[in-house]
Design a protein around this ligand. Structure first.
Ligand SMILES: Cc1cc2nc3c(=O)[nH]c(=O)nc-3n(C[C@H](O)[C@H](O)[C@H](O)COP(=O)(O)OP(=O)(O)OC[C@H]3O[C@@H](n4cnc5c(N)ncnc54)[C@H](O)[C@@H]3O)c2cc1C
Length: 383
């Protein structure tokens, strides 16, 4: 095992860190407070190649690999978790098009995602009645004249109204012959397509500067060229995209927890009680020690999954699930301890830790809840 970063990986980390210190950290609290989408910041990320870290250079990507992507995501999430999730979904959309799209789809969409011409991409899998079980989705795509007609609703779509292109899953089997997971197909739907309506922004607990909306499809016609991959192959596309996506969310959780731990350490050195900085008390030191240990373990799991992805030697489903489960659960505890170290001051918006705690909570839910990750891991041992 080699724990040294390559030159490319070091460069990506350095440029992401400089950007975060200069452009993201100073505005993150304000973006959260105002619920303002980070338009300018995303353009900056695109300029640095961070909207396509693991995409080919000829399509405008940084071609730096999955480890570099994970490291960049940790840095960006350390600065602003809302910007990080917007970046994560956009990278995932670019990668899924690169892996499953045809040449025309790749050339049409990926350069626009990586360059920032499209502010973002979106991933339309979840529905009001189908979250953990996407095979239960109800949105349909029925063949029409020269294409498909989409009807149904998607729920919780990150970047829903900002995305130039949304990957949308729909049923292509028939009510008479339901095929379960094999009845799903995948479509690329461009912004502004008639029949696609964006609903009300969700009033979320955290990630308040990111956008989460429902999408409604009403007799929404998409041409034949919108179909990505084969008819009936959509479930496999979603699962493979989520394997990579889970490395991204694990990295996001690590980034948020890193920020929380940094804030807690700084506060513990400054805050005095009983005539001593609270950092002198063993109870506080143990919280810091546990948090640092869990953070390092989370990083190792996550970078191992990313390295397996880079090696391209088959699926890394279990390793990505382990990384997401461990990192998101650990990050939640780390952010909670950071708040505890701040005492009452942790509970108000003058300090950043309450934001970190709100932001990190969803990493245990989206791209597969912790319970679903446990199912994936257990199945890989039991089968
Ligand atoms: C802020 C935010 C952004 C999101 N962005 C996107 C996006 O961009 N695109 C997208 O497609 N989706 C997105 N999602 C949706 C997200 O992936 C789902 O919320 C998640 O998969 C869980 O689905 P659900 O909310 O329907 O919960 P449910 O599936 O209804 O689960 C409810 C509870 O039951 C548990 N549960 C379910 N099945 C089992 C089981 N078999 N065994 C044990 N426990 C079980 C779950 O773990 C959970 O605790 C987003 C969600 C949020 C909150």
């Amino acid at each position: 095992m080699n724990f040294e970063l390559t030159e490319t990986q070091s460069l990506i980390v350095k440029s992401a860190r400089e950007f975060v210190e200069r452009e993201l950290k100073p505005v993150a609290a304000e973006l959260d407070r105002e619920g303002r989408f980070p338009t300018e910041q995303l353009k900056g990320l695109a300029d640095l190649g961070l909207m396509g870290v693991n995409l080919p250079a000829e399509l405008g990507g940084a071609e730096a690999g999955a480890v570099a992507y994970a490291l960049a995501m940790m840095e960006v999430a350390r600065g602003c978790a809302s910007t990080a999730v917007t970046m994560a979904v956009t990278n995932m959309v670019g990668e899924v098009i690169n892996a499953f799209g045809n040449d025309e789809q790749r050339e049409n969409y990926i350069p626009r995602l990586t360059s920032g011409e499209f502010l973002a991409g979106a991933f339309g899998l979840s529905e009001p009645g189908a979250g953990s079980d996407p095979g239960g989705m109800a949105t349909t795509a029925v063949r029409g004249d020269g294409g498909f007609i989409l009807n149904g609703q998607k729920q919780w779509i990150t970047n829903g109204s900002k995305a130039g292109v949304t990957v949308v899953w729909a049923r292509t089997d028939t009510p008479e012959r339901r095929l379960g997971n094999k009845g799903l197909s995948c479509f690329l739907v461009v912004a502004g397509t008639p029949g696609l309506e964006v609903g009300k922004h969700e009033d979320k607990m955290g990630l308040r500067a990111s956008e989460t909306v429902p999408l409604t499809f009403t007799d929404c016609f998409v041409p034949e060229s919108a179909l990505m991959g084969d008819i009936g192959a959509g479930f496999k596309v979603a699962m493979m995209a989520l394997d990579g996506g889970r490395i991204g969310i694990a990295s996001q959780a690590i980034g948020i927890a890193t920020a929380a731990l940094e804030a807690a350490i700084a506060y513990a050195k400054e805050r005095k009680q009983f005539g001593h900085p609270i950092a002198d008390f063993q109870a506080i030191q143990w919280m810091i020690a546990d948090s640092k240990t869990e953070l390092e373990a989370a990083k190792l799991c996550t970078l191992r999954a990313a390295q397996m992805k880079d090696k391209g030697a088959g699926r890394f489903t279990r390793e990505a699930a382990i990384a997401k489960l461990f990192a998101s659960e650990a990050a939640w505890k780390i952010c909670d301890r950071a708040l505890q170290i701040h005492g009452g001051y942790g509970y108000v918006k003058d300090f950043p830790v309450e934001r970190h705690l709100r932001d990190v909570r969803v990493t245990r839910i989206y791209e597969g809840t912790s319970e679903i990750q446990r199912i994936v891991i257990a199945r890989s041992r039991l089968e």
